[in-house]
Design a binder for this molecule. Structure first.
Ligand code: SAH
Ligand code: F3S
Length: 451
């Protein structure tokens, strides 16, 4: 059998795509290997969201050059967002690459690899393609949590973002194909699904008849075996009260929401083309917190967007404190090719971006520590998904609100089980607990253990 080494950068959608590629190539007699030096085919699934992500790929490609000299039969391919954004620039900068293809061509990966092997000259495939749902081809059936892409693309055109350029227009998969995929996952033992889309709460608007994410979540809730449903990423503009109510009413929908804010300054939000104001965002937060008790919130922030003054930045810090996020992801603004913000004249110096970023992380850490401490003494439901990173004798799992909890399983085999744990100690980034009992409860009763 030929060997495939697959390297994945970037978001969960890329992980999902990589799994599909491994599955499709598996049918063509490629087996996965962890070792790049024994591979016949190396594919890099790339991310273009920030410049740093691209630099990582180029330096990785540079290191693969030596392998190609030793094994001239080796085929190296670049797929994903960078393939779509940079296209022939990749072949110019990295002549060792034999194949470049974007996500619309994933379903044809086998054919593309064969072409690259046969023709012995670089193959470039970055056109638009039909929306294809690849189901039933997961190569590793021994896991609990799966990502399921429910829609592709984004139509929002935030001025900093390459996603509309790399992933195309918003296109939703039909509910039936998504449900079929999730039923298959449940049969293989998966217990948690995260529904993925760059702008996932716009789901279904483009379908005939139109539908929405709340309706989809209700349908997924009926699938036996699946115990937890999450979804990401939600744009505040498309957050409807129907979806907020689904978070409260659909038993398997976890009390966790990632709601990117990006900036707390109205002036900057406007320049980002985000489509909401800080007042509107706060209204949504108030509605969420009132409707869904125990809801955990996380967000994305950008430090040093063009034109961001100290006062704009302070408005962001103030929002972070006011909302009290359970966790957050903050990034230095990175100018991206073909995006409007890259051309804005008032770019912020790197030093200011770095300082603001570390301040955000400091504020976030303090809030997280405070929030974790408030959970001490609480009983929470955990999906056991492995062992503690620091002590393999301890079991680990996640709460419905997505916090990591480590606990002593008393030597029992609990992988994949829902158990109840009392939180005994809060650490900065995780919790410690003791086992209270195994949860046989499904549905409404479980709401008492909201975490
Ligand atoms: N669909 C999501 C965002 C996907 S990109 C949304 O609705 O917001 C993930 C995150 O990367 C974004 O939320 C943003 O915070 C960050 N990001 C995107 N482009 C960026 C850039 N040019 N520089 C820095 N961070 C960026
Ligand atoms: Fe990007 Fe904005 Fe869409 S951040 S993914 S253009 S919602």
């Amino acid at each position: 059998m030929a060997k495939l080494h697959l390297i994945t950068y970037g978001c969960q959608m890329n992980e999902y795509d990589s799994e599909r590629v491994a599955g499709l190539l598996g049918r063509q007699q490629y087996e996965l290997t962890d070792r790049e030096d024994e591979a016949d085919l190396i594919l890099i699934n790339t991310c273009a969201i920030r410049e740093k992500a691209e630099e990582k790929v180029f330096s990785r490609l540079g290191r693969l050059r030596g392998l190609k000299q030793k094994n001239p039969g080796l085929v190296i391919g670049v797929m994903g967002c960078m393939a779509q954004l940079q296209q022939s620039a990749i072949l110019e900068r990295a002549p060792e690459v034999d194949l470049v293809f974007g996500s619309p061509s994933i379903s044809r990966v086998g054919e593309l690899v064969e072409r690259a092997r046969r023709e012995r000259r670089p193959v470039l495939e970055t056109g638009e393609g039909a929306l294809v749902k690849l189901t039933g081809i997961l190569p590793r059936p021994d896991r609990l949590k799966a990502f399921v892409t429910v829609m592709e693309g984004c139509d929002k055109y935030c001025t900093f973002c390459v996603v509309p350029l790399t992933r195309g227009r918003e296109r939703s998969h039909a509910p039936e194909s998504i449900l079929e995929e999730i039923r298959g996952l449940a049969e293989q033992g998966y217990r948690e699904v995260t529904l993925l889309g760059q702008n996932v709460n716009a789901y279904g608007k483009d379908l005939t008849p139109p539908t929405d994410l709340a309706a989809l979540i209700e349908l997924v809730n009926d699938i036996d075996g699946i115990e937890r449903i999450r979804f990401t990423t939600s744009n505040p503009v498309n957050l409807t009260s129907r979806l907020i109510q689904a978070l409260r009413d659909v038993p398997k929908a976890c009390e966790y929401l990632h709601l990117p804010l990006q900036s707390g300054s109205d002036r900057i939000l406007e320049r980002m083309n985000r489509g909401y104001t800080r007042a509107r965002y706060l209204e949504l937060i108030a509605d969420l917190q009132e409707t869904v008790p125990g809801l955990a919130l996380s967000t994305d922030l950008i430090a040093g967007f063009p034109g961001e003054t100290e006062a704009d930045f302070e408005a962001t810090v103030e929002m972070v404190e006011r909302v009290g996020y359970d966790s957050l992801f903050a990034f230095r603004y990175s100018p991206r090719p073909r995006t409007p913000a890259a051309e804005f004249p008032d770019q912020v110096p790197d030093g200011d971006k770095a300082r603001r970023l570390s301040r955000l992380l400091e504020v976030a850490n303090a809030i997280q520590a405070r929030k974790n401490a408030a959970l001490e003494g609480r009983e929470m439901e955990i999906l056991v998904d492995g062992v503690s990173k620091k002590d393999p004798r301890q079991l680990a799992g996640r709460t419905r609100c997505n916090r990591v909890v480590n606990f002593d399983g008393g030597g029992r085999r609990l992988y994949g089980e829902l158990v109840r744990v009392r939180i005994t100690q809060a650490m900065p980034h995780s919790l410690r607990g003791t086992l209270v009992g195994e949860s046989a409860m499904i549905g409404t009763e479980r709401r008492h253990y909201v975490g």
